[in-house]
Design a protein. Structure first.
Length: 226
């Protein structure tokens, strides 16, 4: 029987998408000045967190100089600062900062993954890259048996999760759930999907996503888990 540890080893070795392999490795060879001299991870990112989690967070893909550099999802960039700060505020994370995969951070009752595991050019994976990567998310859903609440960060992550959920044998109500910040979709079997704007700088710097809005989603997640 496959385990999360075994699945993560498979993810890290993946080279199915030539364009993404080139991009993630090129980013490591030509880092911005502030990261010059650092050793980049430059491989696909496995999921991270508590294997017994009831909360699952699904993002889009690693950042070229965030997770692709540090070796852990949502780590080493502004989006991660927002996410882990919020998780800590609601008791899901041991610390509010996420700097590197070896910084001692632990997640409690929470697991974080992504629709695509390699950093894509312009943060835009191709359709074929989503298709090649989805089996990893499906496999995680099979192994994370206690998940009760899923928070999808952005519309693409929301739609990607629904596809993986269906491939895992889950039911999707009709009409199909539509993404929106604060959207709530009951998927049956005590599983609820929550939508949130992604904590990208494009959203947080413009005020499209405020901390109050972001905290509201995780307050709802905490209530549903209880």
């Amino acid at each position: 029987m496959q385990t999360l540890a075994g699945l993560n080893q498979t993810v890290v070795r993946c080279r199915k998408c030539p364009r993404l392999v080139r991009w993630r490795e090129q980013a490591a060879k030509e880092p911005p000045r502030r990261y010059q001299g650092e050793r980049y991870w430059a491989k696909p990112l496995p999921g991270f967190g508590d294997p017994n989690a009831r909360l699952l967070i699904v993002g889009l893909a690693p950042a070229a100089h965030g997770g692709n550099r540090t070796g852990r999802i949502f780590t080493g960039d502004r989006s991660g600062d927002w996410l882990y700060g919020t998780l800590h505020a609601f008791g899901f994370s041991s610390q509010a900062t996420s700097i590197h995969r070896d910084d001692g951070l632990k997640l409690n009752d929470c697991y974080i993954t992504a629709a695509v595991r390699c950093a894509p050019p312009l943060n835009k994976p191709a359709f074929s890259e989503f298709e090649r990567c989805r089996p990893y998310l499906v496999a995680e859903l099979k192994l994370l048996k206690r998940v009760r609440v899923v928070v999808a960060l952005g519309k693409i992550a929301f739609d990607s999760f629904l596809k993986a959920h269906q491939e895992n044998g889950g039911t999707v109500p009709k009409p199909r759930p539509q993404f929106g910040h604060g959207s709530v979709a009951r998927l049956g079997g005590n599983l609820t999907l929550l939508g949130s704007y992604h904590p990208s700088q494009q959203n947080t710097f413009t005020g499209r996503l405020t901390r109050e809005m972001f905290h509201g989603v995780f307050e709802k997640a905490r209530e549903l888990i209880r």
